[in-house]
Design a binder for this molecule. Structure first.
Ligand code: FAD
Length: 397
């Protein structure tokens, strides 16, 4: 097996930090280079499904995270106007017993902070203000070097590109190519429950409407409500893929929706607007001593709430493969284990846009009604579709 003692990671997002923690626990020296000057996360929630939670548990983080979690009682799809349920599928204790780990809602900032603290405690070196521009492979003792904008160089035995959807590492490995705008934008925000004038159900709820959908769920033990409001758009003109959104514009876009949605939005004070981008599956995820993970290699629409979960799984599997095989075989194995799963979930996420956005009033409602009937007569049909996603356990692979 190769001597692989030093690893450098581009990007201290959720995927990069999970990989860093798993590799440090194996006794490797890990440096993470992050472009941001401070480690803070946007105000937004994440649904963390049992498959991701199994990894966080193996990394020793479940108890740290529990006080910040909210456990939803069920997942729901409701009509944007009448509030009628097209789907009501149990989560809570039922998800925990079915999948062997709970389904949680977490604030991104809480998950990120717990990961950072665990990494620092384990001995990961976190370098901030470290914008990666490129890398080179060379004949030095540590044969791959990460080059920063300010001229600093970090060399290692392996470079992991965990630098998100606009990955510089991916760009150098596979050529310059912008991610594709998927024709949808998402407003995200977090509202303190004390500001609400409306009762929000303890669920993970998708409100399906024409050309739009709205997601709401509690965070931090029920102290906050997170919302994601998705709207179809023909273009995205801004260079940035995330910017401050206009709350009034958001309220106008969802005016006339069920009072649980429109009144909830009345309490929103600020929001961020995200362009939802995607990428066709890449020809490869690794080359020489460089490998990609998370959004850097498989960005996906957030309609399965699995992007962060996939980055978490990637980081863990990559570390596991490196502990079992020579470098070349490990990177091959990693891609072999991860690519089919990530690609499948990318496709499932895209398909959900069609379901949530009632394309064509009649056709849209027919799809949702079919789901309603299936849920009523064969309740397991919905769960069994999700079993391959939530029931998967990378710690057992
Ligand atoms: C609206 C919305 C809702 C979502 N909801 C969910 C959900 O409920 N559940 C879920 O699992 N997923 C969800 N996701 C997806 C999830 O947020 C992403 O898939 C996940 O954050 C990807 O993690 P990552 O570590 O690969 O990349 P990122 O989180 O993007 O991290 C990349 C890191 O690299 C850094 N970086 C970038 N470029 C450089 C550079 N040149 N040099 C140095 N550092 C660099 C960045 O600053 C960042 O810290 C959602 C996404 C959106 C848009």
């Amino acid at each position: 097996m190769d001597q692989l003692s030093h690893v450098v990671i581009a990007g201290a997002g959720i995927g990069g930090l999970c990989a860093a923690l798993a590799l440090t626990k194996q006794g490797r020296q890990v440096v993470v280079c992050e472009q941001a000057a401070t480690l803070s996360e946007v105000g937004a929630g994440l649904q963390i499904s049992p498959n991701a939670l199994k990894v966080l548990r193996h990394l020793g983080l479940e108890d740290e995270l529990r006080p910040f979690a909210f456990v939803p009682e069920y997942a729901a799809i409701r009509d944007y106007k009448t509030g009628e349920y097209y789907l009501k599928s149990p989560l809570g204790t039922s998800a925990e017993s079915r999948y062997g780990a709970p389904y949680w809602h977490l604030h991104r900032a809480d998950l990120h902070r717990v990961l950072v603290e665990a990494c620092l405690q384990a001995g990961v070196e976190l370098v901030l203000n470290a914008a990666v521009v490129s890398y080179r492979e060379n004949l030095e003792r540590q044969p791959v070097s990460l080059l920063l904008e300010d001229g600093r160089v970090f060399s290692a035995d392996l470079l992991i590109g965990a630098d998100g959807i606009r990955s510089k590492v991916r760009e150098q490995m596979l050529g310059q190519e912008r991610p594709t705008f998927m024709g949808q934008v998402a407003w995200r925000g977090v509202i303190p429950v004390s500001d609400l004038t409306v009762d929000v159900k303890p669920d993970a709820c998708v409100w399906a409407g024409p050309g739009r959908h709205f997601v709401s769920y509690y965070l931090r033990g029920g102290d906050y409500v997170n919302f994601v409001a998705v709207e179809e758009r023909s273009d995205w003109l801004s260079e940035s893929w995330r910017e401050e959104g206009n709350v009034d514009e958001l309220k106008r876009a969802f005016a006339g929706w069920h009072p649980e949605v429109s009144e909830l939005l009345q309490s929103a004070r600020s929001t961020f607007l995200w362009a939802l981008n995607g990428r066709e599956p890449l020809s490869t995820w690794h080359q020489g001593r460089v490998v990609l993970l998370g959004d850097a290699c498989h960005p996906m629409l957030p309609f399965m709430a699995q992007g962060a979960a996939m980055a978490i799984e990637d980081g863990y599997v990559l570390a596991k493969c490196l502990s079992r095989h020579s470098l070349k075989d490990a990177l091959f194995q990693y891609e072999h284990l991860r690519k089919p799963r990530a690609t499948k979930i990318q496709q499932m996420s895209k398909a959900n846009a069609g379901l949530y956005h009632m394309h064509g009033d009649v056709l849209g409602r027919m799809k949702l009604t079919a789901l309603q009937v299936a849920g009523r007569f064969v309740p397991n049909v919905i769960q069994s579709k999700l079993d391959t996603v939530y029931g998967y356990d990378v710690t057992e692979v």
